[in-house]
Ligand binder design. Structure first.
Ligand SMILES: Nc1nc2c(c(=O)[nH]1)N[C@H]1C(S)=C(S)[C@@H](COP(=O)(O)OP(=O)(O)OC[C@H]3O[C@@H](n4cnc5c(=O)[nH]c(N)nc54)[C@H](O)[C@@H]3O)O[C@H]1N2
Ligand SMILES: Nc1nc2c(c(=O)[nH]1)N[C@H]1C(S)=C(S)[C@@H](COP(=O)(O)OP(=O)(O)OC[C@H]3O[C@@H](n4cnc5c(=O)[nH]c(N)nc54)[C@H](O)[C@@H]3O)O[C@H]1N2
Ligand code: SF4
Ligand SMILES: [Mo]
Length: 747
């Protein structure tokens, strides 16, 4: 914090809204935010920011952001103090304590927890108190296929190879639109700048997306496959690499096995055979395969257009396979493994070796969907609540999640949540999901809490570390989010533990988990001894300090210049730990210390794709999603400055389709899938390819009881009302959000 005088202060902090982790410079007068700009001295973002980051002051002042807990009395929310709110939670959950409760309770954790130390680190105390294994998150409407592939190839879900965008000569983006999203599963503030830099140094940017997005417009080459056909397109690229003898694994060759399995699987995907399915000219496929092999360095990267699709696991897998076959895995300018300062599951345990992926331990009751990494698919949540029978869920905790809007088949999710006996939400707003809650526990604003990206630095394109203290104090009677988690845990299990006790238990648990590991700096140290050395810190700061000091650059393994939270506190613009370094084979945690590039689970799914190739495609339009720079999933629609401008929740459709259907630009049309019908304004644009239409997700703010005064004025249409809840990418049980068959009719 600097003090230029005149009652003005300048504080820096990392923006917690999206994965880009931009540094912000925030000018305050008293408790009021006057101006937010990009922090030009930030070691990672160098001044880059987007309009969302500039809105944090407005968000802090949003009158609809709850400042006190609310409980429902006779169908209406009433403000109460914290003691009353937690007493109500304890009363509601008393019938659901062990031994009978865990079978009929569940938790859902939504996306903002990943950006937030409070819920991100402390949700564990809540799930532990509930003792239920019914754990859901937005991963199964997002990146679960990639996590599954990471675990199958490299041993653990978080071992993600990211594009080394700052050094590459060729980057291929598949189903990703970082000009709007600012990137995901590859943390890089200023993606647009970094992509332009690739071109300025003579490199190439290739985009594979059915839609002419802003990212595609900036590319050197834009390939437009049919929606949902990427797995086949990527297989064709693999096919050409083998067919033209272009495979060269480079330095990682000694650690790769399964080449023959991949070659055999790719044999059915000659580009001339897949062309009628993908719509991509075989000559283009061959040209791209040759470019990938010829480029000095190259990386292929995929996002939502590859994961939340019918063949999401295969597509996610083949992206890594392409990087491996072209010798680009783990080399500068290729696809590399970050080394995060706070550590991760691939910095702990025995280098190179681990347990890998075991068979599922349990399944959902109704559809028998398997648990993956301890988590169940959100597409199954509504039926687990609604279908009568033993084990029907009766009580839930939802932390920073809006599954009614973000999950498939909104109406059914809404019906399910409204039927529960008890629902507690930790959320700042009364929205489509939380309106069904009995109790809402609101966190403080994003400026009133500290921040460190424990998750996003595990997939950052450069190794950096940056900690932000709170810049505005809690108001009297407010609790920080981690304190809410501790008190919630205590209310759920009825233990009456204090915040301090729960916090101590969590810290001790994190230390104990690592004491058994002979390679860990905590090995052999007593819990009390470690806790003492972290004194007097408490709460998230103690946990971050623990992770940093015991992490790969930490002072507990580096005698000189080692990292700790104190070092970050002295460096408000962050600490740069340098470009990514090769980490093979030590980064692996697989049973045999090798990367099996033909894992059984994925090879077994190839038949499903081969059958789809041979099936005739119907003439139905395919609905896909889209993101907008000034929005963020299901929220931020209550911030006036972000809501200005044109209606964004339009149905984009190609002129040829619009003509054939008799639909005019600006006309309201009827849009139906097999689960619902909505009315939406059409926007006719040749950005869309023939055969596909798009609608953003996250809108729907006009239901009874929603208290979002700005968002309600432009409620929008939620695409997930149309998303079926019974379509999955089979291996990962991720919902198919892109490529839904729909019918458009003028009205
Ligand atoms: N059709 C379709 N559906 C999609 C997607 C798509 O592309 N298409 N994308 C999917 C993806 S990738 C994701 S990640 C999910 C996201 O969906 P969710 O996981 O539901 O996350 P959000 O919509 O970001 O926010 C959820 C809730 O968090 C609350 N919140 C915001 N900040 C905080 C905070 O600091 N603390 C707490 N406690 N609560 C907070 C908000 O008020 C909101 O109610 O949506 C998925 N749904
Ligand atoms: N402004 C803003 N930023 C965000 C978010 C937000 O809501 N708003 N959400 C954040 C979250 S939680 C996430 S996960 C990320 C997501 O980050 P991205 O994945 O980069 O974002 P999307 O806009 O969903 O991009 C998906 C792209 O896939 C394309 N696509 C759809 N179907 C197909 C297909 O079958 N094949 C191919 N090749 N492409 C297809 C779409 O046209 C779209 O351009 O963004 C994050 N950042
Ligand atoms: S790009 Fe993401 S992290 Fe950067 S300012 Fe915008 S919302 Fe914040
Ligand atoms: Mo996401």
């Amino acid at each position: 914090m600097t003090d230029p005088g005149g009652g003005v202060r300048i504080a820096t902090r990392t923006c917690p809204l999206c994965e880009a982790t931009c540094g912000l410079s925030i000018q305050l007068r008293g408790q009021h935010v006057e101006r937010i700009s990009g922090d030009t001295q930030d070691v990672f973002s160098h001044g880059y920011m987007c309009p969302k980051g500039a809105s944090l002051g407005e968000l802090h002042d949003d009158p609809d952001w709850l400042r006190k807990p609310v409980i429902k009395i006779d169908g209406r929310f009433v403000e109460v103090d914290w003691d009353t709110a937690f007493a109500r939670v304890a009363e509601l959950f008393a019938p659901f304590r062990a031994p009978q409760g865990p079978a009929v309770t569940a938790t859902f954790i939504g996306n903002p927890a990943a950006h937030n130390l409070g819920s991100g680190q402390y949700h564990r105390v809540v799930t532990k108190a509930l003792a239920s294994r019914h754990f859901y998150s937005s991963a199964t409407v997002d990146h679960r296929p990639k996590e599954l592939v990471n675990a199958l190839l490299y041993g653990v879900p978080r071992t993600l190879a990211v594009p080394d965008i700052d050094r590459t000569d060729l980057i291929v983006l598949v189903g990703a639109n970082p000009y709007e999203s600012n990137g995901s599963l590859a943390t890089a503030p200023g993606w647009p700048r970094r992509l332009r830099a690739v071109q300025e140094r003579g490199g190439q940017v290739v985009v594979i997306d059915p839609v002419r997005t802003r990212t595609a417009e900036s590319a050197d080459w834009h390939l437009r496959p049919r929606v949902g056909s990427d797995a086949a397109l990527l297989f064709s690229l693999v096919h050409v690499l083998f067919d033209e003898d272009l495979v060269d694994l480079g330095a990682v060759a000694p650690y790769i096995r399964g080449l023959d399995g991949v070659r055999a699987a790719a044999s059915s995907f000659d580009p001339t055979h897949t062309a009628s399915f993908t719509g991509v000219d075989p000559a283009e496929v061959r040209a791209l395969a040759r470019q990938l092999s010829d480029a000095r360095t190259a990386c292929v990267y995929g996002r939502m257009g590859t994961t939340a699709t019918e063949f999401g696991s295969i597509a996610s897998w083949l992206i890594d396979v392409l990087n491996i076959l072209t010798g680009n895995l783990d080399r500068a300018g290729g696809s590399m493994f970050p080394l995060p300062a706070a550590g991760s599951s691939n910095t702990r345990g025995t280098p190179r070796f681990g347990r890998g992926v075991g068979p599922p331990g349990f399944h959902t009751r109704v559809r028998r969907a398997p648990e993956i990494f301890g988590e169940l698919p959100v597409g199954c949540l509504a039926e687990e609540i609604l279908e009568p029978g033993d084990g029907q869920y009766r009580a839930m905790v939802i932390i920073s999640g809006n599954p009614v809007v973000s999950g498939p088949r909104s109406e059914r999710m809404s019906e399910a949540l409204s039927s529960l006996d008890a629902l507690v939400a930790v959320d700042p707003y009364i929205n489509d999901t939380t309106r069904h809650a009995d109790v809402i526990l609101p966190p403080p604003s994003l400026l009133q809490r500290s921040h460190y990206d424990t998750l996003f630095y595990t997939w950052a394109v450069r190794n950096v570390a940056n900690y932000s203290p709170p810049i505005l104090p809690l108001r009297p009677g407010q609790l920080d989010e981690w304190e809410i988690m501790c008190r919630l845990a205590s209310a759920l299990d009825g233990s009456g533990r204090t915040i301090e006790e729960v916090d101590d238990e969590l810290a001790a648990m994190m230390i104990r988990e690592r004491q058994q590991d002979a390679n860990d700096p905590l090995y052999g140290r007593g819990v009390e001894d470690v806790l003492r050395s972290l004194e007097p810190r408490r709460g998230p700061e103690r946990l971050v300090d623990l992770m940093l000091r015991s992490g790969p650059y930490g002072e507990w393994s580096h005698e000189q210049g080692g990292l700790s939270l104190a070092v970050l506190e002295q460096n408000p613009h962050g600490v740069d730990l340098g470009p990514l370094q090769s980490r093979m084979p030590d980064v692996l945690r697989t049973p045999d210390g090798m990367v099996d590039i033909a894992p059984r689970m994925l090879i077994d799914d190839v038949d499903r794709l081969v059958q789809a190739l041979d099936r005739r495609r119907g003439s139905a339009l395919r609905l896909i999603g889209r993101r907008h720079l000034r929005s963020n999933n299901s929220w931020l629609h209550n911030v006036p400055s972000l809501m200005s401008g044109k209606n964004r929740a339009t149905l984009r459709i190609n002129p040829q389709d619009a003509d054939a259907l008799g639909v005019d630009d600006g006309q309201t049309v009827k849009l139906s899938s097999n689960v619902a019908t909505v009315h939406v304004v059409a926007e006719v644009t040749d950005r869309m390819p023939p055969g596909a239409c798009s609608l953003p997700h996250g809108w729907l703010h006009d239901a009874n009881g929603v208290e979002l005064s700005v968002a309600r004025l432009r409620p929008g249409v939620n695409t997930n009302r149309l998303t079926p809840d019974d379509r999955f990418d089979v291996p990962s049980w991720t919902s198919v959000l892109n490529g839904i068959e729909v019918v458009v009719e003028p009205c």
